[in-house]
Design a protein around this ligand. Structure first.
Ligand SMILES: NC(=O)c1ccc[n+]([C@@H]2O[C@H](COP(=O)([O-])OP(=O)(O)OC[C@H]3O[C@@H](n4cnc5c(N)ncnc54)[C@H](OP(=O)(O)O)[C@@H]3O)[C@@H](O)[C@H]2O)c1
Length: 368
């Protein structure tokens, strides 16, 4: 609840509040991030209307009470069903109908194109749609182009740091992307920061788990694929045809721990120490630090993994869970465009979704 209060207090008024009565919104995935958006929507009584919400097992289509919705959802007799939630949204009288996807579910991501084609706008923190394999990605790209609906996915990379907006603006201005990359995982910045300060990887991971910085199964942070998805999304924003399969991804999960249960993995993390030491070839020397980096360039580099950088490199100075995204184009080559800030966190990710709702309210076409 402290998050919600802090989030609410820190938000500027949305520029379109005066005419925002006509937005009907469903939130899919009211978890850590999504529940902040739900709370915020339910405190905006007369402006944007929360028409429904649902997780994988239950849903609610009558969500008037800000204090009780969690209990109501937990005891709801309406089974979670994306078709029913969509039908409910489409039945709403509204200037715009919007789906907020705050899940990390491939099944939900697979619906994005359908929602756009049905006349809904989509605001998402879920990376699976924009990082999908061809031809699913082409289907989504065509739906974005042909439907005229808004598709807001800034929350998928850098927890909303405006990297995608910067790349899209440069691309629209005819600037070819030369390279993009950097520290794209707040969790990995935290871990490498602790290791650089002398902690063993297993201890650093235990600290990150305790601080709630990792996914429930930390292997989802360590296997490099989440960062690879972000790299795909960044490159595609500049019209580059990058697929996950094009990226050399170094997993930091020792093979012998890959198939354990999440609990057994957490009890066996001692193996990380020797494995990471081997991957880094040796501990960082004087004047060097270890960072987890994803890079793509138009000459064929596409990789995710550990790198050693000099202590004066911008990556070396990152704070606890920061991201740093470096964008090179013809005009930003010698001196690249650099965005730096928190790359994980419930509040900043929820803020990115909220900004997406503000842009939806301003843009695109009204409901058919
Ligand atoms: N937390 C962060 O710091 C952060 C930062 C940047 C981006 N993100 C992204 O934001 C999204 C949400 O993250 P989070 O931390 O809030 O995750 P979370 O707490 O695990 O919440 C995910 C929500 O999605 C629901 N869900 C899962 N599968 C579903 C399905 N098939 N249909 C409907 N609902 C489903 C879950 O409910 P049940 O499983 O109970 O059904 C839960 O309510 C993710 O895509 C994540 O990558 C998060």
């Amino acid at each position: 609840m402290a998050f919600a209060r802090q989030f609410k207090a820190s938000l500027p008024a949305c520029p379109s509040q005066a005419d925002a009565n006509g937005l009907a919104i469903v939130v899919v995935g009211p978890g850590r991030v999504g529940s902040v958006v739900v709370d915020r929507l339910l405190s905006q009584t007369s402006r944007w209307r929360l028409a429904g919400l649902g997780n994988s097992t239950r849903m609610l289509t009558d969500t008037a009470d800000r204090r009780k919705w969690r209990k109501q959802l937990a005891s709801s007799e309406q089974p979670g069903n994306l078709e029913s939630l969509t039908e409910h949204l489409l039945s709403q009288q509204a200037r715009k109908r919007v789906v907020v996807d705050a899940t990390a579910s491939q099944a939900v991501a697979a619906r994005h194109a359908d929602w756009l084609e049905a006349g809904c706008d989509v605001v998402t923190a879920n990376k699976w749609a924009m990082a999908a394999a061809q031809p699913r990605y082409r289907h989504l790209a065509a739906a974005r182009r042909d439907s005229g609906q808004c598709y807001e996915h800034a929350a998928t990379v850098g927890a909303g740091l405006p990297a995608l907006a910067a790349i899209a603006a440069l691309h629209a201005a005819g600037e070819p992307l030369l390279a993009v990359g950097g520290a794209l995982s707040g969790t990995m910045t935290f871990l490498t920061g602790r290791i650089n300060a002398g902690q063993a990887p297993s201890q650093a991971l235990a600290e990150a788990v305790t601080a709630g910085l990792t996914e429930p199964d930390p292997r989802a942070d360590l296997d490099g694929l989440d960062v690879a998805r972000k790299l795909v999304i960044l490159a595609r924003e500049a019209g580059q045809a990058l697929d996950l399969s094009d990226i050399a991804v170094e997993s930091l999960v020792p093979p012998e721990l890959a198939s354990l249960s999440p609990q057994a993995f957490l009890e066996a993390t001692d193996c990380l120490d020797a494995y990471w030491h081997k991957l880094a070839r040796s501990a960082p020397g004087q004047g060097e630090v270890l960072r987890h980096v994803g890079r793509f360039d138009v000459n064929g580099t596409a990789r995710v993994g550990l790198e050693r950088v000099g202590r004066h490199h911008p990556l070396a100075a990152l704070g606890d869970a920061d991201n740093l995204i470096e964008i090179r184009t013809a005009s930003y080559d010698q001196s690249p465009l650099v965005l730096r800030g928190p790359g994980a966190g419930i509040e900043v990710t929820a803020l990115a979704l909220w900004s997406g709702l503000c842009r939806v309210s301003e843009c695109g076409r009204p409901c058919r």
